[in-house]
Design a protein around this ligand. Structure first.
Ligand SMILES: [Zn+2]
Length: 95
């Protein structure tokens, strides 16, 4: 973790604490600005249950299959690797 990231985390924490302390003020300001009504309109118009389901499914499908794969497969013959060994039991190539 680099120093810049740490600084950003600390600044973000301070910012969110200040925001939380004044949350009613911020909420009232947003209502006055019409942001809340606009967001409500957006939610009613575009964020229906179907749309949320589609977005979630797309996010799951877009995740790289290698990162969340439960089964390991041989890169050469695509045989499912049952053991934790370094070599494929089917074709003998290194995994
Ligand atoms: Zn193989």
């Amino acid at each position: 973790m680099s120093l810049t990231i740490r600084k950003a985390i600390v600044l973000g924490l301070i910012g969110s604490i200040l925001l939380l302390g004044n949350i009613l003020l911020v909420a009232n300001w947003l209502v006055e600005r019409g942001v809340v009504d606009w967001a409500r309109h957006l939610r009613a118009e575009y964020l229906t249950g179907t749309a949320i389901t589609i977005i979630v499914v797309l996010l799951i499908l877009l995740v790289s299959p290698k990162a969340g794969a439960l089964v390991r497969r041989c890169p050469v013959c695509d045989h499912v690797l049952l053991s934790r060994g370094k070599y494929c039991g089917e074709c003998g190539s290194k995994v």
